[in-house]
Structures are given as structure tokens and as C-alpha cells.
Write a new protein. Structure first.
Length: 435
């Protein structure tokens, strides 16, 4: 093997050990070019141009390797016969036909790109991650707004008191813009639904969105909180920005006690800043910022919600959602039994014996009764229907999940009812003789 070939081999090893050393790689390319290995030289120069796109020597070597004439001003043209000059390669198309911007510096870059397109892979194949490690672009469209639904308040069984309160305090002013304008009624502010868990607060919120013909954007604590500083506040802002762009839209803040807990009890500054951002979004940048954005919130613990959130102009209307009444219980039971094999089921009697159960409890009653019938069918090998005995037995075994909530709420209603905030709750407890 010649001395030159040994040198080239040594340089290849050095370049492999230091792939980012541009001068070393260009030296190797020049030796390959002098030895007549044009393809290998092009490959090395192309990699060098990735690391140093503006390197003049790399461009000059690429031009030589591609067979382009050297620039007129280059001193090398004054030499009658340069030792390193190689026979020109005829280009696929005449250089004169290329646009001027493709021949910058006297070299046809478009032709060069075509030659090495299959040799050098693309440098970037994926979008770079953000500094916080998240590949989510983070724009406001990342939150999906549900199209106006078909659920209406008429689909909410019973609970007529709740419907009447919603109509008077929230829906009537929004349905009648002319009357609202006449009486100077503002659309600013929102509605806070509170009560024991499993009583249909989310379903009612969707029904309100359906009544308004508005989109529905449900927001939970998982949608907002982020481990990176500042991201939680940004998420809160982008949620409201999405709602404003797609107005009319109902923004439903689920578990408000987690999203907007009392700042005086919060030790972490990030959580306090998130509550501050929520207050800012509820106020809007100006008087018209939240036009067409209706804010509904739900919580089981209204006494843990920051008081600033319930200031007039924010979540200033409060509605107590209690366990379903008899007509509501009958409608819920009918819904959960409609696709199951039943016989001789007296829904009115079943609704009466399930007084005090929440909607979730009633769903569990139907599930337990179906499970009992299923097990009996599996043991006997004969399919049997779900009867009243199964449902009454399941109802008797279910302990109302609302009792723990009422135990806590009782103390608040009796000893922390500032300004009559919990008068509705107090009246219900007295009616039910829970005081």
C-alpha cells in the first residue's frame, strides 16, 4: 500500500475519533480529491458543511469535487495548471440556465444539493423539545372545546328547585339580551355549584351549556397544574384564551377547591400564583374580554374556596345541588335499568326506599342488583331477570355516600354561615332534621 493511502487511512481514523473537527475532515477530503475519489470527498465535505455552513474552504472543496470552475477572482486561476485540479464533471443542466441566486459565489448550490441529497441524511427529523422537556407546543388550541351538546335541563330528572334557580339567576338574563340591556344586567360573573359528591353537578353544567347553545370546556386540576415554574399560570391563561376565541363557551372548573383553594392555607407559591391567575382571567383584561364566556364551577368543599373567587363579578352566584328528589331518583333508576333484563320493577316504590342516596349511589344499586342476578344465572345455568328483590336488597346494603359530607357541612352551616352564604344548606338540614 502506498504512503499516501496509509495517510488517508490514518486521517479516516482521526476523523472518526473527532467527528466535529472541521479542519481535519477537510484535510482528509482534500487528500481524497487529489487521489481522484470524488464521491468520498463530497461526503466528507458535506459533513463538514453541516458543522460549519459558512466555511470558505469547505465550499471551495465542494466546488472542486463537483467539477465547478473556480471563482474568477481566486488566485488559483492565475496558475496555468493547478496540480490539484481534477477533470470537470459535466452538470445535468447548463449552469447558465440556473437562477442567479442558485449560483452564489460562482458555485451551483442547487446542483450540489441534488448530488448529496441521498448521501447526507437530514439534520433534524423531529421538532425540538421545549426547555421544560415537554414536546407539547403549548398553544391555546391544545384544549379541546366540546361542540354544543344536546343535553338540556329537561333531561335532568326532577330537581325542579335547582332548575328554577338556574333559570332565574343565570339562564333568563342570557336568553334575553334586550331585557338584559334594558335592566342593565351584566353577563359578567359565574355560577358556583356545590353540594355532596355524586349528585350531578357536572351533568347540570353540561345541561346549562346545552341550554345556552355554547361549547363546553371542562377543566380539572390535572389540566392546569405543572411541575415547571410558570406553566400552571400559562395553562390557566390559555384555557380562557381558547374559550374567548370559541365563544360562546362554558368553562367548567371542576373541583374548584383544588384549583382555587384559599391562598392563606397554601404554602407553595406556585399554587398561590395559579389562584392569582384565575382571578385575573375571571376579571378579564377589559370589560368586554369575557363576553360570551360563561364560567361554571363545582366543588364539594365551598368553604375551602378562596373568598376572592366569590367576589361580585367573579363566581358571585351560588347554587346548592342536593341528593336527587323522588322524581329525579326515578329518572336515574330508569336510565340505569333501561338496557338490563328486568321484570316487575316498581320504580316509584324503589325511588321511595332510596331516599337520601346520590346519583352515584343509585347507579351502584342497579349494578349490584345486576351482579346478583348474573351470579345466580351462572350457578344455576338458567338466565333469570333482575327483579324487585334484587334491587331492594342492593338498596338496603348501600350506605348513603352523602352522610360524611353532611356531617362536615352541618358545622359550617351552623357556625360559619357569614352573610347567609349557606342559608339553603341550613334550611335543608332543618327540613331533614339533620341538625
Amino acid at each position: 500500500m502506498s504512503e499516501e493511502s496509509a495517510l488517508v487511512r490514518s486521517l479516516r481514523g482521526a476523523v472518526a475519533a473527532a467527528p466535529e473537527d472541521v479542519p481535519l475532515r477537510l484535510h482528509l477530503a482534500e487528500l481524497l480529491l487529489e487521489a481522484g475519489h470524488h464521491d468520498a470527498a463530497i461526503t466528507e465535505v458535506a459533513v463538514a458543511l453541516q458543522h460549519a455552513p459558512g466555511d470558505e474552504k469547505a465550499r471551495e472543496l465542494m466546488g472542486r469535487a463537483m467539477g465547478a470552475p473556480a471563482p474568477a477572482s481566486a488566485p488559483v486561476q492565475q496558475t496555468p495548471a493547478p496540480v490539484q485540479q481534477t477533470p470537470p464533471v459535466t452538470p445535468a443542466a447548463p449552469v447558465q440556465e440556473k437562477p442567479a441566486d442558485a449560483r452564489r459565489g460562482g458555485f451551483d448550490w442547487q446542483a450540489a444539493e441534488g448530488e448529496i441529497r441521498d448521501v447526507v441524511p437530514p439534520r433534524f427529523v423531529e421538532s425540538p423539545l421545549r426547555a421544560d422537556g415537554n414536546d407539547d407546543p403549548g398553544d391555546a388550541d391544545a384544549w379541546e372545546v366540546d361542540a354544543p351538546g344536546t343535553v338540556r335541563l329537561a333531561d335532568v330528572g326532577g330537581m325542579q328547585d335547582v332548575k328554577d334557580r338556574l333559570e332565574a339567576a343565570f339562564l333568563a338574563p342570557m336568553r334575553n339580551p334586550e331585557l338584559r340591556k334594558l335592566y342593565g344586567k351584566s353577563l359578567r360573573g359565574g355560577l358556583l355549584l356545590y353540594g355532596p359528591p355524586g349528585c350531578g353537578k357536572t351533568f347540570i353544567a353540561r345541561a346549562v351549556a346545552g341550554e345556552l347553545g355554547a361549547g363546553f370546556l371542562s377543566v380539572s386540576v390535572n389540566d392546569v397544574l405543572d411541575m415547571w415554574i410558570g406553566n400552571s399560570e400559562r395553562n390557566m391563561h390559555e384555557i380562557f384564551a381558547t374559550a374567548r376565541r370559541q365563544a360562546p363557551c362554558v368553562v367548567f372548573l371542576d373541583e374548584l377547591d383544588a384549583l382555587g383553594g384559599k391562598r392563606s392555607r397554601t404554602q407553595h407559591s406556585g399554587m398561590r400564583n395559579t389562584v392569582n391567575q384565575l382571578l385575573t382571567e375571571l376579571d378579564g383584561i377589559d370589560a368586554q374580554a369575557n363576553e360570551g364566556v360563561f364560567v361554571l364551577a363545582a366543588t364539594n368543599l365551598p368553604w375551602d374556596v378562596d373568598l376572592a373567587l366569590r367576589r361580585p363579578g367573579r363566581l358571585d352566584r351560588t347554587l346548592l345541588v342536593l341528593p336527587p328528589d323522588a322524581p329525579a331518583r326515578e329518572a336515574i333508576l330508569r336510565y340505569h335499568l333501561k338496557d338490563r333484563p328486568i321484570e316487575n320493577v316498581d320504580l316509584a316504590k324503589l325511588a321511595k326506599v332510596t331516599d337520601g342516596l346520590s346519583g352515584a349511589d343509585l347507579a351502584h344499586v342497579c349494578e349490584s342488583a345486576a351482579e346478583t342476578a348474573l351470579l345466580d344465572s351462572a350457578r344455576t345455568g338458567t338466565v333469570r331477570m333482575i327483579g324487585m328483590k334484587d334491587l331492594l336488597g342492593a338498596a338496603k346494603a348501600v350506605v348513603p355516600s352523602t352522610e360524611a359530607w353532611f356531617s362536615s357541612a352541618r358545622n359550617v352551616a351552623m357556625f360559619a354561615n357569614e352573610g347567609g352564604t349557606y342559608d339553603d344548606l341550613l334550611a335543608y338540614l332543618k327540613k331533614r332534621r339533620k341538625l
